[in-house]
Design a protein. Structure first.
Lengths: 199, 478
């Protein structure tokens, strides 16, 4: 009962929020609705017992992708009102694409439930998703896990090599210098006669 | 534990010391690029030879993720040595262009680490990780001269098209995973043997080969090659033309013989189409080039076509022919790039073919060496390039792929034209400008390359051990 209520609530929120992503006038609001859609989808994953996917969705899509969207929307000066003009004229072609997508998804679902020849490789119903992933990730696949770390390291080096510039004459903060500073170095007490000024 | 570590010694050595070098370079107060380069060269030579020093232990490491056999040792040795040569060649170029930074050496080391994983990949996952590690480092190397518009364009183009090819590769890999239920090469082979070439497996195989074909710039996935070769800094182009190509084609060889070994008749068609297209695109496209780096790009496309000819046979002799051809190609191309890096006039580097005019009068030794290398690329009999093509085309004849071998011969004849044009420009045209004297490291590498290519001098000492080494390597796959 509780599961059914949760499912219908989450599903309704997901669809409504997805609709609002398209319908909202303010692009920042659109991104906010998008985040709500992701959260509802994550909730649906948890209901299906796929808690790893749910966490991944929240971390990757909400934590990284949506925030990135938000930055882009806020930093780029895109005139969304102009962009949305003639919105309805795209409806026929957009609707067609949507219908094709719907038919495809129904077909995929139908073949899955009627038992096609795709195989379920891992069946570990006795433990949770995360446990199962952790078990193979740090044992069987430890080698590629480490190698993937190196791939990310290479990407980081690449980003730094291509963008970092050491410019001359830039004042940088030096923590050691700051801490070594004493009151004697920094403060000078001047006794000023009334009416004379510093001179 | 120790057994796994000893199998994994080359990669471990490279990963550990490359990271050490990175840390040292990042925290060093002054510019350490010169020292970093020599350190990296020494490391690459050690990487290439450590397996042979340790007596070539073979087996599977990391629960079958990586396989270490004679094949991977041989490929790693050639990759390591050619990368070391490319790094040495890059020194004078980067210094005179004021581009020298220690990250260049570090990125080269990580690229070689990726290639090394590719050479011993035994699982679709490790294959992909190896390819990505290599490619990411190469994208950055292509755009290393970040203030140059052409280099940035080359890097971006390479990155976007590379990402597309990775997508194709992953799509193919996921289909193969879905229809065989395993990522492991041996299990995939067993599953394919059991169920035969179903549509899903064949489609996955085609996508996989398309993605890998991009990495060796085989037509019709060659479009990026001329632009990237032209835009990237010349020593980087030299590196691109040798080590990544060898790593990718070695990986193709392992996949074709290993997991896909049961459906030879299926992949043979794909390989033949890619091979014929590459040979002719390379041969005809190069005819109209005036930039020598673009010429070498088309030449490498054509040469990848030749290297696929023996693979199409799918026999031990085919793998052996591919390895011999690639080894000779690598040696020759390093020599050619050592010549291109000497094309420096007082105002800077030049890279037009017409800049070579009259080289026989201004710098006769260089002209002679370049002529030898060009004849070798053509495949003229006394030179090593002839033996490369002989060993490459013979297995195709033996396997009954006679039309393919004949097409390869026709493409060779067409491509002879543009190699001859370079020779003609050097010997017959009037001299325009004189090149400044090249640094010793470049000349030494050029001399080594030319001596090996000119086999009368060294062949008897090298040929027999090298032959047996390559035969062992080829046998390891079957």
């Amino acid at each position: 009962m509780l599961v059914a209520i949760s499912f219908y609530l989450l599903a309704f929120v997901a669809i409504a929020a997805a609709f609002m992503v398209v319908a909202a006038r303010n692009p920042v609001h659109s991104v906010m609705w998008l985040i709500l859609t992701f959260f509802s989808a994550a909730g649906l994953f948890i209901l299906m017992g796929a808690e790893f996917l749910a966490l991944l969705l929240v971390m990757v899509y909400v934590g990284a992708v949506a925030v990135l969207f938000l930055f882009v929307v806020m930093m780029l000066d895109v005139d969304f009102v102009e962009l949305k003009q003639g919105f309805l004229s795209y409806l026929p072609i957009g609707g067609l694409v949507a219908i094709i997508l719907l038919v495809e998804m129904i077909l995929v679902g139908a073949t899955y439930f009627t038992g096609a020849n795709a195989k379920t490789v891992v069946d570990r119903s006795d433990e949770s998703n995360i446990e199962a992933f952790g078990r193979v990730l740090y044992t069987d696949y430890a080698g590629v896990f480490e190698a993937a770390g190196f791939v990310l390291l290479v990407a980081m080096i690449g980003a730094i090599v291509l963008t970092l510039r050491d410019r001359e004459g830039v004042r940088k903060q030096n923590a050691m210098d700051q801490m070594a500073r004493t009151r004697e170095d920094g403060v000078e007490l001047v006794d000023i006669e009334p009416g004379q000024g510093v001179g | 534990m120790w057994q796994t570590l000893s199998l994994f010694a080359p990669e471990l050595l490279l990963a550990f010391f490359a990271s050490q070098l990175l840390t040292y370079g990042a925290f060093a107060k002054k510019d350490v690029s010169v020292g970093a380069r020599y350190f990296a060269v020494a490391l690459l030579v050690a990487f290439a030879l450590i397996g042979f020093v340790m007596g070539k232990p073979t087996g599977e490491a990391f629960k079958g993720l990586l396989i270490v056999d004679d094949y991977s040792y041989y490929v790693k040795a050639i990759i390591g040595l050619s990368a070391a040569a490319a790094l040495l060649l890059s020194k004078s170029y980067f210094q005179s262009e004021k581009l020298d930074r220690f990250e260049f050496s570090v990125l080269t080391l990580y690229a070689v680490l990726g290639m090394s994983i590719m050479a011993s990949a035994n699982n679709l996952l490790s294959m992909y990780i190896g390819i990505e590690m290599q490619s990411l480092a190469l994208y950055v190397l292509a755009a290393f001269n970040r203030d140059s518009l052409r280099a940035s364009e080359a890097g971006l183009k390479y990155f976007v098209l590379g990402a597309l090819s990775s997508g194709l590769l992953l799509y193919g890999a996921s289909m193969i995973y879905g229809f065989t239920g395993s990522l492991d090469f041996a299990t995939i082979a067993a599953s394919i043997k059991e169920q035969g070439p179903t549509t899903g497996i064949v489609a996955g195989m085609v996508f996989l080969l398309c993605g890998l074909g991009f990495k060796i710039s085989a037509a019709p996935f060659h479009m990026w090659t001329p632009d990237v070769y032209e835009g990237a800094p010349t020593p980087v182009t030299g590196f691109f033309a040798v080590a990544p190509k060898l790593a990718a084609i070695a990986l193709i060889g392992r996949i074709l013989i290993g997991p896909l070994g049961e459906i030879t008749s299926q992949w043979q068609q794909v390989i033949i189409v890619m091979s014929v297209l590459s040979m002719f695109v390379g041969a005809i496209g190069a005819l109209v080039q005036s930039n020598i780096k673009r010429l070498m790009a088309y030449s490498s496309i054509a040469n990848m076509g030749y290297a696929l000819v023996p693979l199409a046979a799918g026999t031990v002799a085919g793998i052996k022919g591919m390895l011999i051809f690639m080894t000779i190609y690598v040696i020759t191309v390093i020599g050619v790039f050592a010549v291109i890096l000497q094309m420096r006039i007082r105002n800077g580097m030049v890279e037009q073919i017409s800049d070579l005019s009259g080289l026989s009068k201004t710098n006769r030794p260089l002209a002679i060496v370049m002529t030898i290398l060009m004849f070798s690329l053509m495949g003229i009999p006394p030179l090593l390039g002839f033996f490369g093509k002989l060993f490459a085309f013979l297995p195709a004849f033996e396997a009954g792929l006679i039309p393919l071998a004949i097409l390869a011969l026709i493409a060779s004849v067409i491509s002879a034209f543009y190699y001859l044009r370079v020779i003609k420009v050097m010997w017959m045209d009037e001299a325009e400008n004189e090149f400044v004297t090249a640094p010793r490291a470049v000349r030494v590498i050029l001399l080594i390359s030319a001596l090996i290519v000119f086999p009368v001098l060294l062949l008897p000492f090298f040929a027999i051990p090298a032959q047996s080494l390559i035969s062992q390597a080829a046998l390891a796959l079957f």
